[in-house]
Design a protein around this ligand. Structure first.
Ligand SMILES: Cc1cc2nc3c(=O)[nH]c(=O)nc-3n(C[C@H](O)[C@H](O)[C@H](O)COP(=O)(O)OP(=O)(O)OC[C@H]3O[C@@H](n4cnc5c(N)ncnc54)[C@H](O)[C@@H]3O)c2cc1C
Length: 168
């Protein structure tokens, strides 16, 4: 459990919350086992616990590594859908400055109070897509001539809520 199971980039400030959720899960599993009249060793308790642990770690890991994978220097294989996920999350972070429901859901997910799937409920998806469409329909502004490096710096210069929370 904790960092022994999965060690997060400290930048995003998730490690202690995840460790606490894992401890809570262990408590639930132990109580369930204790409540059995005859603990049944054939039920694959350890396997079930490990699977449940993986589901606790999955969302924060996806959020943190997704942010890290925005940087070309980040090593490791990008999981399938990383670019689409990052595109979506970028729009969510932008909307968190103006859209009350997206702001609420965004912080609930970042603070691990709700699962990542809460950011994909229809009202949030609709807000993201309509914002993206509105931006696309806007007249393109004359683009300054930027080098690839300058474009990368500009794209990543907006601090996401995950990054700004971690820098507090
Ligand atoms: C710089 C930095 C900043 C961070 N900032 C945040 C943050 O803002 N928010 C957040 O949620 N998380 C943050 N984290 C992550 C968080 O600290 C860890 O996720 C969390 O402490 C993990 O808890 P743990 O009990 O698994 O491990 P640890 O807290 O590392 O505890 C392990 C303990 O085991 C002891 N130990 C090791 N080997 C042995 C041995 N052989 N025998 C006996 N004892 C041993 C160690 O001394 C240590 O006390 C940060 C981490 C770092 C490095």
């Amino acid at each position: 459990m904790g960092d022994a199971l999965c060690s997060f980039n400290p930048m995003y400030g998730q490690g202690m919350s995840v460790a606490a959720l894992e401890a809570k899960l262990l408590d639930t599993f132990l109580r369930e086992q204790q409540s059995r009249a005859m603990p049944d060793r054939r039920t694959g308790w350890t396997m079930r616990f490990q699977k449940a642990l993986a589901s606790v770690v999955q969302a924060p890991w996806r959020l943190a590594t997704g942010e890290d994978f925005r940087y070309p220097e980040a090593q490791g294989n990008r999981p399938f859908g990383t670019r689409l996920f990052n595109w979506y999350m970028r729009r969510v972070y932008e909307l968190m400055a103006s859209h009350p429901l997206v702001t609420l859901r965004g912080y609930e997910v970042l603070q691990l109070l709700k699962p990542l799937s809460a950011l994909f409920e229809p009202r949030i998806v609709w807000a993201v897509l309509s914002k993206a469409l509105a931006l696309r329909l806007q007249k393109p502004k004359p683009e300054a001539v930027l080098t690839t490096d300058e474009k990368h710096v500009r794209e990543n210069s907006i601090q996401t809520p995950v990054q700004s929370a971690a820098s507090l």
